[in-house]
Structures are given as structure tokens and as C-alpha cells.
Ligand binder design. Structure first.
Ligand SMILES: C[S@@+](CC[C@H](N)C(=O)[O-])C[C@H]1O[C@@H](n2cnc3c(N)ncnc32)[C@H](O)[C@@H]1O
Length: 327
């Protein structure tokens, strides 16, 4: 029996009786004026962060949402697109699709502007998306891809799922993801536990591997929108040498070619020039206005730091980057 069977069983059950503690991180729901969210959608919030970033939203976007859950984020995306089929949500678990549909009907009762046709819920799998090539502007998944197995040869389920997202996105399209990550490798006895994997605990990758998997799939520019504590795995209950604090990360990755000198990964670093001229030009397309912090990707931050100049300051990663940068 593959772990997918366990995953489907866990989510069929979570569709039938909401489990508040499954995956979620306690955080305030995003307030959007004129959007009333049915309480059942909050109870079924099985994400570990958000894939809906206000600064990125537009009316014209066509969103693919993979792993619909209770439908909360699909509804939030539909708030912006407000047209039939503006959001396509895919899930292989019938019970989950049925509940999401019902929850969207509830949402329509609470919100005049919303029609359930705004979200087209389809039977489908992240590993074989029922979506045409290059037809999507925003592809999102929340707390699903961490469940997938990966392998060093690059042909695991995670690699397949990322390559499917890349295939369906238009050029420059955005992949918005939220997943737990781990500071150190998850021990094998937890990795092998299919239920813990389904519950978004034991499939987590390190930050470095998580980012690299997106780059390997062809995403040339990646923005870390948030990174914060997710869940403590207590050494006694999880049979570990020491407690393990997992984190949750929100990223947006763009379907742009990976530059020859490596991807642009933005983690909130800035570069500040304080010299005698009004500007500093590094000759590689980066112009810093004196005294003004400029967002730079980690690659550029490293290159500027290696110049060892007294008039250049490079600030540390904040793990909170919201757009507008050097590359
Ligand atoms: C952890 S829940 C997250 C739900 C939702 N994204 C949220 O944030 O509340 C994982 C979701 O992915 C669905 N799922 C499981 N396996 C899947 C697969 N292979 N392809 C697409 N969705 C899948 C589950 O049915 C469930 O709805």
C-alpha cells in the first residue's frame, strides 16, 4: 500500500469531522472587507500559513489551487478574481471535494458578491494535474507538497508535483506555497510513519533543500514571504534525542529561467551604500542610492559583501520579503 492511500484516508476523515489541530498554525484569519468566511472553513483550515498575498492579487488572474481542503483559500482567491472558473481547485479525495463544495455554498449565503461557480472544483492529483500547459497565472498549494516523498535522483513525488506546477504556469507565472520545514533531517522512524507524513510532520525538508527543489524544477526567482515556528516535536513523545522545532515557510516562486550564475532567492536582505557619491553602481545592473536600503537577492548580497567595502552594508535575512528587488 503506498503512502498515498494513508493520505487519502486521513483527509477523507478530516473532511467528515473537522480536526482543528491538523496542520494548522494559530494565526488570525486575513481580514478582507466584505468577505464573510463560514466558521466551518476556519475549522477546516488545514494549512500552515497563507498562499494568498494581498500585494500580488489581481482581478485577471487564473488561479490553480491544489489540495482544496475546506475551501478557505480558494474562497479568498475568488474574492479577487470574482468570475466563474477564476479559481480551479483540484483534489483527489472525494469527501474533501464534496465538503469544499458545500462550504462554498455556505459562503455564497453569507456573501452577495460570491457565486460557487467562481471556484471550479475538479477531481485531480497534484502528480498529474488535469490542466493544460501554460494556462495558469497563479498556482498555489498549502501544506500538501511536504507530504510527498522525494529522492536524490530528482524523480520522487515532490519533484513530479513541482514539475506539474511548472508545466501549467504561464511564463512569469507565480507558484505560491506554504509548507513546514525542518532545521535538521527528520529521523527515519518518523519519516516511515505514513500517518505523521499525512499530517504534515515527517515529510519536511530543510530550508536549503526545499528551495533547491523549486530551482531544480525551473523556478529562477524565489521570494521568501515568511518563516516562523510551526510545531515542536517533543523528544519523549516522538522518540528523539532532543526536541525538534519545525518551522513553516511561505514562498512565491516565478516561472522565469534560472540565471546562469544561479537563482535569485530573496530572503529580505538589503544592501546600503554610504559612500561619498550619490549612487553606487556594481556594474552588474544594481544601482544603490546613497543611504537607502535596496532589496537584494542572497546571490547579490553575497557578491556585494565579498567586495569588502567600508561604504557597503549588507543586512541579514528577515525572512519577510514582499517584492521589489534587484534582479
Ligand atoms: C493538509 S491539507 C491542506 C488543505 C488546504 N490546502 C488548506 O490549506 O486548508 C491537504 C489537502 O490536499 C489534498 N490531497 C491529498 N493528496 C493529494 C494529491 N495527491 N493531490 C492533490 N491534493 C491532495 C487533501 O485531500 C487535502 O485537501
Amino acid at each position: 500500500m503506498s503512502y498515498h492511500t494513508t493520505v487519502q484516508e486521513v483527509y477523507a476523515k478530516a473532511a467528515e469531522s473537522p480536526e482543528k489541530a491538523l496542520c494548522c498554525v494559530p494565526q488570525r484569519p486575513m481580514y478582507l472587507p466584505g468577505l464573510k468566511i463560514p466558521s466551518i472553513m476556519h475549522e477546516m483550515n488545514y494549512g500552515c500559513g497563507s498562499t494568498v498575498h494581498l500585494q500580488d492579487m489581481s482581478k485577471d488572474q487564473t488561479v490553480l489551487y491544489v489540495g482544496v481542503g475546506g475551501g478557505l483559500e480558494a474562497l479568498q482567491f475568488a474574492y479577487f478574481s470574482r468570475r466563474a472558473g477564476g479559481v480551479i481547485a483540484v483534489d483527489p479525495v472525494k469527501e474533501m471535494r464534496d465538503v469544499a463544495q458545500k462550504n462554498l455554498q455556505e459562503a455564497a449565503k453569507l456573501n452577495d458578491w460570491f457565486d460557487p461557480s467562481f471556484v471550479d472544483i475538479r477531481d485531480g492529483d497534484a502528480l498529474d494535474l488535469p490542466i493544460e500547459d501554460q494556462s495558469i497565472t497563479v498556482a498555489a498549494q498549502n501544506c500538501l507538497f511536504n507530504i510527498f516523498t522525494t529522492d536524490d535522483e530528482g524523480v520522487g513525488d515532490l519533484e513530479k508535483a513541482l514539475s506539474e506546477m511548472h508545466r501549467v504556469l504561464k511564463n512569469s507565472g507565480r507558484l505560491s506555497m506554504s509548507d513546514p520545514i525542518t532545521p535538521q533531517p527528520i529521523p527515519q522512524h518518523l519519516k516511515d510513519d505514513e500517518t505523521l507524513r499525512a499530517q504534515c510532520i515527517s515529510g519536511c525538508l530543510s530550508y536549503e533543500t526545499y528551495i533547491q527543489k523549486m530551482v531544480d524544477a525551473g523556478f529562477g526567482s524565489i521570494e521568501v514571504r515568511s518563516r516562523r515556528p510551526y510545531r515542536m516535536l517533543d523528544k519523549k513523545r516522538y522518540n528523539l534525542d532532543s526536541d525538534l522545532l519545525l518551522e513553516t515557510i511561505e514562498v512565491c516562486a516565478y516561472r522565469t529561467a534560472v540565471p546562469a550564475d544561479g537563482p535569485c532567492v530573496f530572503t529580505g536582505q538589503t544592501a546600503i551604500y554610504t559612500g561619498s557619491d550619490e549612487m553606487f553602481d556594481d556594474g552588474k545592473g544594481h544601482t544603490l542610492v546613497r543611504d537607502i536600503p535596496m532589496n537584494v537577492c542572497d546571490k547579490t548580497a553575497g557578491a556585494l559583501a565579498s567586495l569588502n567595502r567600508d561604504d557597503l552594508t549588507i543586512t541579514a535575512s528577515t525572512w519577510h520579503y514582499a517584492g521589489g528587488g534587484c534582479c
